[in-house]
Design a protein around this ligand. Sequence first.
Ligand SMILES: Nc1ncnc2c1ncn2[C@@H]1O[C@H](COP(=O)(O)OP(=O)(O)OP(=O)(O)O)[C@@H](O)[C@H]1O
Ligand SMILES: [Mg+2]
Length: 339
Amino acid sequence: MNATAAVALVNVTKVFRQGRRTLADRIRRAPDTRREFAAIDGMNFAVGNREVFGLVGPNGAGKSTAVRVIATLLEPTRGTVEVCGIDAAKHPRTARRRLGVVLGGERSVYWKLTGRENLEYFAALYHLPPRDISRRIEEVLHDMELLDRADDYAERYSTGMRQRLSLARALLQQPAVLLLDEPTSGLDPRSAERLRMHVRRLRDAGHSVLITTHDMAEADQVCDRIAIIDRGRVARLGSPADLKRLVRATQVARVRLGLPGSARDCDLLETVGGFATVADKAINGPEIEMTLHLAPGVDLLPRLVEAGTRHGATIRGVDIEPVTLHDVFLAVTAPGESG
Ligand SMILES: Nc1ncnc2c1ncn2[C@@H]1O[C@H](COP(=O)(O)OP(=O)(O)OP(=O)(O)O)[C@@H](O)[C@H]1O
Ligand SMILES: [Mg+2]
């Protein structure tokens, strides 16, 4: 294991029991029928120093479970987690001192306190040296652009401000490593961009950042390296450019075709499959939308027109784009819980 990694997971597995075992079941000593389920299943990766490392993957892939295990909020069933070379299971308090954590969903601020009071409360909870507290609070308020609203109640903050306050709280102890679970979910495009700017600044100031996101454009923009998680394991790992090279296509086409009632979408798909890889498809009533991966040199339009004519379909739109992380995601992950 690389002792200098900011975070290192080696063969980490977390097994949950799913289903319900009531008190009556326990008293009756009924057999435990709960299903064991590995939310993370032999996961390995290492986050480098001064790196923004992304975890992406379908719903239920195990990203938040991995974040909680690293944060020492969940104990792994097997495997080891190190934070700055410290074994998190053996020395959780020491590991936690290196970590600033912003969990998804839960905004981890008290609504009935002002922004500044929230930070005072957490500074005390984290045992910051009393003589440093007020200076440190001013610093994080300034860094997160919250000084002018610091004395307003957190309940009056917008979602973006509350998320910046959560980040300010996570920064109080000047942690080497930040764990951010979906920090931009629910933020408008400008607020999300502002948060990404803060993430890049924090990296440039020397922090290591582990971030989860469902926004592939965001992952591409902000992450130095990305692990694509699928069913509890690392399916692929690399820089955004490395990952894009995994899609064996130089271009991607998003195609919309109108289908008359008489046309059979499977026949059309079979014809299209003859000159492109159908990476994704959605049928919305009389319209079919496809994402096609194109090998170098394929001249799409004439073939599409021919396929359309043969099956009575009309071409409603074609966009040809370079490969994006979105395409990589579709290519390497299985459909998620909703798929
Ligand atoms: N405490 C728990 N008990 C039982 N199962 C759990 C528990 N926590 C999570 N799981 C299950 O573990 C799996 C992974 O969940 P997790 O929240 O880590 O996924 P995720 O990748 O963060 O998904 P999302 O993108 O939706 O946030 C899911 O199937 C979830 O239902
Ligand atoms: Mg999650």
